[in-house]
Ligand binder design. Structure first.
Ligand SMILES: Cc1cc2nc3c(=O)[nH]c(=O)nc-3n(C[C@H](O)[C@H](O)[C@H](O)COP(=O)(O)OP(=O)(O)OC[C@H]3O[C@@H](n4cnc5c(N)ncnc54)[C@H](O)[C@@H]3O)c2cc1C
Ligand SMILES: *[C@@H]1O[C@H](CO)[C@@H](O)[C@H](O)[C@H]1NC(C)=O
Length: 560
């Protein structure tokens, strides 16, 4: 076995021309198309082809070929990021054959291959009496993908991302070398934004197995302003808040890790599998409500969502349920059931409905000490431009300061602000309802609060050198280190060219009405929907209808 391995390695090293090519070809799956899209169809990538390697030598061959030929390669996860962080014009690499998990004998760490689903990992760990301290709320993503964007859960007293739990990782670098990233290098690449190489496997820190005991309950929104929230967060292993401005309420969720021997097999029904009929109904409803600019109706949906977060409402599964499907609140269950959601089919899956149900999320990390000020600022915007958030309201999650250079919470305690908005059927030509508030809130976070936009969410505009260099103090150093591992830029793409080299966005110049989807900030009326105008107020830009009667006139003439 060892001999075989050595021989294969030797052959690869010698670069025995034809053999190398044919082996590399074999790894390319004829069933996987080169073109791929993000979960919500915001981003489409046109790679030449998609490879499906089975072992680390395949990974090395793919990279070495690209290195030799000046080509590009990108590890492809489960495409739950909706930024062009996922794209390559060269070879996409699928990791479905990298699914091994090995818990080490001392039960202190686990080595996981890159393609393992987060949900499967967490479940497997629970079944074996161990766990990881935190992970993102979506279980459908891959381990390598979660580390790619520094995807987070919510806690101040536990590490809040899987990136923070990495003890070492093995990557195939841009020269095709298999390298173990540990020690000093590790902090640089914990959050790897797709450039460290092809991630082969990763070793994560374990804790003893646990269950989550959690409770959701409504509090008056005034609690967001009087320091109560900041005082509560550090008392819980899991803590998050959903703010529903239209009902003047926030729903708090406080959770504690308890022994896995504790009774309770409850589960969280935050994201559930979709019934195609419901999806059709949702697409139709959101389109008609938005086309009619019926803010009142969207706010009614927000109010219904608020109730469903802590009690049973008709037509929705209970927020937590026991195996009999009955409401449980407080609830107790295993982490994979209580903290990470999977769905099949998911409401956004393209095949579920003729017109896909498309969503956008804004999500950014802001220094926690500015929480109150931030809530006030958002309230001011909503007072001016009424808007409602029918899915999760405005969601606050928390992270302790992280050492990961590219982490959203690098060096600072962080509150993550997130909201989801439904798309229009014709997203490129029709504006979302509440576009003024959506655009002003996003820009306020960045302009006033040093927000770090989540690497896998937000509009294309937020992935520029200008935005990023202002908020990631280690950006330049990170770029240099990445280059030392990938001297020919095998893992580079449009995304890295913009972020590290200030290249202009290729996309923004080709898309018409680019402000509607935050591909640009508007600079002229034609960047907005037909009939809309682009308003400029200091450094803020937003699209609106002139007849909406918001104080536009001055702003409009001043802009042009
Ligand atoms: C419904 C939903 C809920 C979500 N909930 C959360 C949440 O709770 N918290 C949160 O922070 N985020 C959340 N996200 C965002 C999501 O967790 C991140 O975008 C995550 O990075 C996606 O992982 P993925 O496996 O889909 O990877 P992808 O999106 O496919 O890729 C992410 C990055 O990792 C790279 N990559 C993937 N595999 C490899 C590999 N083997 N080698 C090298 N590079 C690789 C890719 O090139 C890319 O740069 C959510 C997204 C959705 C759609
Ligand atoms: C959550 O907070 C409430 C109110 O302070 C408290 O009664 C409850 O015990 C907490 N629940 C958990 C699971 O920690």
């Amino acid at each position: 076995m060892l001999q075989m391995t050595k021989r294969t390695q030797l052959l690869a090293l010698l670069g025995a021309g034809s053999l190398l090519c044919s082996v590399a070809e074999e790894a390319v799956s004829p069933n996987l198309p080169g073109k791929y899209v993000s979960w919500n169809r915001y981003v489409t990538c046109n790679s030449q082809k998609m490879a499906q390697p089975s072992n680390v030598f395949d990974l090395q061959r793919i990279v070495r070929n690209a290195y030799k030929n000046g080509g590009h390669v990108k590890g492809v996860g489960h495409l739950h990021s909706s930024s062009d962080i996922i794209c390559t014009d060269g070879i996409g690499v699928n990791f479905d054959k990298f699914k091994k998990i090995k818990i080490h004998e001392d039960q202190q760490s686990v080595t996981v291959e890159a393609g393992v689903r987060v949900y499967d990992l967490v479940k497997y760990l629970s079944e074996n009496g161990v766990g990881i301290a935190n992970f993102p709320n979506i279980g459908d993503i891959s381990v390598a993908g979660a580390l790619g964007t520094g995807a987070h859960g919510s806690s101040l007293i536990q590490p809040s991302t899987m990136s923070d739990l990495v003890l070492s990782m093995r990557v195939v670098t841009g020269t095709g070398e298999l390298k173990t990233i540990k020690g000093d290098l590790l902090d640089a690449f914990r959050v790897h934004i797709g450039v460290v190489g092809l991630l082969y496997d990763v070793t994560l820190k374990l804790i003893p197995g646990y269950k989550l005991h959690v409770q959701n309950y409504p509090v008056p929104a005034s609690k967001l302003l009087d320091g109560s929230i900041e005082a509560m967060v550090p008392n819980y292993d899991l803590f998050q808040v959903w703010w529903f401005p239209s009902t003047d309420t926030a729903v708090v969720s406080n959770g504690t890790y308890v022994s896995d021997a504790e009774p309770g097999n409850d589960k969280w029904n935050f994201i559930t599998s979709a019934d195609p009929q419901d999806v059709t109904g949702m697409v139709d409803t959101f389109e008609s409500v938005q086309a009619a600019r019926d803010v009142g109706k969207i706010c009614k949906m927000e109010a219904e969502a608020e109730k469903s977060f802590w009690t049973k409402v008709p037509g929705k599964p209970a927020i937590y349920s026991n195996p009999q499907g009955e409401l449980r609140n407080p609830a107790v269950g295993f982490p994979h059931d209580m903290m990470s959601q999977v769905c099949s089919p998911c409401s956004w899956d393209g095949k579920v409905n003729k017109i896909p149900f498309d969503l956008r999320h804004i999500s950014m990390g802001v220094p926690l000490e500015r929480f109150k000020e931030l809530v006030q600022e958002i309230q001011k915007i909503l007072d001016r431009f009424p808007a409602c958030f029918p899915f999760n309201g405005i969601w606050f999650r928390f992270s302790p300061a992280s050492d990961g250079w590219m982490s959203l919470s690098y060096g600072r305690k962080t509150v993550h602000i997130e909201f989801l908005t439904p798309c229009r059927v014709n997203k490129d030509s029709d504006p979302k309802l509440g576009i003024e508030a959506i655009q002003l809130i996003s820009q306020t976070l960045v302009n006033k609060f040093d927000a770090r936009p989540h690497w896998g969410k937000n509009g294309h505009y937020y992935f520029s050198h200008k935005v990023r260099s202002a908020v990631h103090p280690k950006l330049k150093e990170f770029g240099q280190l990445a280059k030392s591992l990938d001297p020919r830029g095998v893992f580079s793409n449009d995304f890295t060219d913009r972020i590290f080299h200030s290249n202009p966005s290729k996309l923004a110049s080709t898309v018409k009405q680019c402000a509607l989807e935050d591909i640009c900030l508007c600079s002229r009326d034609t960047d907005c929907a037909y009939g809309q105008i682009c308003v400029k107020e200091n450094e803020y830009r937003y699209c609106t209808y002139k007849e909406e009667g918001y104080r536009l006139d001055d702003a409009f003439t001043e802009a042009f």
